[in-house]
Design a protein around this ligand. Sequence first.
Ligand code: SAM
Length: 216
Amino acid sequence: MSIERRRRGQISDSLRREYPHLRWSDPPYSVAPYVPTPIKVVRTMLKLAGVGPEDLVYDLGCGDGRILFIAVEEFEAMGAVGYDINSSICEPVRSKAEKRGLRDRISVVNGNFFLADLSPASVVTLYLTTSGNTKLRPKLEEELRAGAKVVSHDFPIRNWTTIKPEPPEFYTVGSHKIYVYKIPDAFDRRRDVPRSPEEESRWKRIRDIFLRGESR
Ligand SMILES: C[S@@+](CC[C@H](N)C(=O)[O-])C[C@H]1O[C@@H](n2cnc3c(N)ncnc32)[C@H](O)[C@@H]1O
């Protein structure tokens, strides 16, 4: 086994001990495989988030960039930023934006979104996994500003409360679920309960692991 693989194995093991519910069969920083959101679902996600000309939409794990283009072209969002660790899908998104004259409004970063600065986002879209959302949750809580919306396709953010007042807590498009959260209402109730030292150190560990990976 290569040093790289061994190192990855160690990272996985330590995280698995810490997070027994997480699946680490994917490459270390990937928290979801590529599966596109159907266009109809994308439109409903952006509509539910109330996307308009004032918005800067971040799609974390942007795949073919469909959410970015629909946000800018149909919902007239000021801009859209996508992150994806898969380099082969990022480049075509950039060329498409270039061809459509949208390079100043759509940008794509080929990298790990756990290292992104999310503070400029007014809307964040996700189509990851529940475990991926759990790992991302502390970052969203720390970096997103008040009023920002988080819209997640099919997977909830555990311990957060959606904006939907009546059950079920999600909207549907066919068999697809859409969870909409508003910052800080989504987790405000938990704010009275300070993060436990364990939760705090878990988040720091995850961040350190990603930062270490980045500097390799
Ligand atoms: C299910 S796809 C969603 C694609 C797109 N957002 C959509 O809804 O059509 C998830 C994407 O997240 C990307 N991804 C997973 N973990 C990531 C990470 N840590 N940083 C950046 N991208 C990641 C994968 O490469 C994949 O393209």
